[in-house]
Write a protein of this length. Sequence first.
Lengths: 306, 250
Amino acid sequence: MNRRAVLEIEHLKKYYGDVRAVDDVSFKVAEGEIFGFVGPNGAGKTTTIECAEGLRRPDSGRVRMLGLDPRADGRRLKERLGIQLQETSLPQRMKVGEALALFASFYPKSVDRPTLLKQMGLEDKEGAYFDKLSGGQKQRLFIALAMINDPELIVLDELTTGLDPQSRRSMWDLVRGVRDRGRTVVLTTHFMEEAERLCDRVAIIDGGRLRALDTPSNLIRAHSAENRVIFSAEAGFDPGRMRTLPRVSRVERDGERIIAYGSDPKMVVEVVNYLGANDVPFRDLRTEQASLEDVFLALTGHEMRD
Amino acid sequence: MTTLRGLGQLTRMEIKLYFREFFAVFFNLGFPLIMLFLFGSIYGNTPNPFFGGYGSVDVLTPAYLAMLIGTSGLLTMTISVSTYRELGVLRRYKATPLSPQTLLFAQLLAVFLMLVLGVVLLLVCAKLIFHLRFNGSALSVTGAFLLSSLSFFSLGFVLAGLMPSARSAQAAAMIIYFPMLFLSGAAIPREVLPAAVRRVAQVLPMTHVVNLLRGLWIGEPWGRHLTEVLVLAAVAAVGLIVAVKTFRWE
């Protein structure tokens, strides 16, 4: 990772009374990457990034964003930063087009507003009042506001919460587009699938502590998360013989349900071939790929709630 | 440059939003006018010994200025700041390069400009329709108007700061505002209030606004209104300190 660091956090701590919201977190974000913060609600994701943005005062630790100290150079930093917050709103009677024009006036430079509206799929909502927008439309408006100043670094807190699957995918394309133009994206999410498919690197955070930080594929490999083939077979079937297959690491049986594990994705082919070659009558066969969900479970000993 | 442009745009936006709120427009601009037309058409504005030789409109107009100040400072300011805080609007603005001072000043400026509009409407109607008399100095009355506005705007921020939610801030503002409106002589002339009520009303800041503006309106010297000036200056000073101490962004 030789590129310039656009965000550096060292030993960040933030306590609320006895609650260690952020407990000694350090990491760097490189220019041009999509960096994801993953963890359940209350893990400390929002507190960490709000300390980075200068919206919260850390109890201790050092933060540098775009080379600036967010508490001392807040204004200069915010001119180059795009921020989408959780739990925010606009005045109920403000129109979409008015909000964009207003926020554009706060920055030295701004992007072309009709283009931005179109990118966000809000072109026919320009004259709509904020309180008449759907949840997804509000979310897209807030992302548009975060991009109004053509920021070098854009920070998106729970970017796709409240969006339907289709809008979620188009949001991912949009975020990739931002990165492909050389900008950096820092996002938080509690959707593991989103982190896995969208982020170049992922930081897993739980209970205020950073548990792991790497690319999604490295994380999955390092924590030897396994692929699974799950199917049902008659009681007479003996799954023990499947253990001899080279890519199958273990087999579990729970009544009729049989689960075969293996870290090599080709184990799926082996298992299916085995069932075919031996004329095993099976039902409800499906496969589950190793995912960040498994990594999270391996790291924290509990599943993502929600 | 961006600060000034941001301030201008935000103030303009706030004024636009204000005109989209029926109740804000009604209470701030409409209500004093309705009162003026009501009392003016019943009692006219002929000089009357009951009002020290002035007409009812001459006496009521400066009192309605006090009403306008109270509505803007206590109701509009309190409700808009506490609602913006609760909804997270303040948070969103704070994530922009706009300085916190600029943001708050824009809110204040917008409400103040609406107050000035209310004053102009009231004075124009009173003059054109009821031939309002004015024997004071425009400078003195403007000064008293600014001092009174300062105390009531800071009270608005205090309420918004002390109350935990937008709903409770709104309730507190109403509970304080409405009795004060009727006891202070801002809505009904103090001459018709019983002596006991008038004595009790001395503790209300709005009473001092009414007395100061009514006095200066008919040309009385500042010297006769030192108590009012002191009370209002003290309210403004304490209010500002408490407002700064209790202000929260979220």
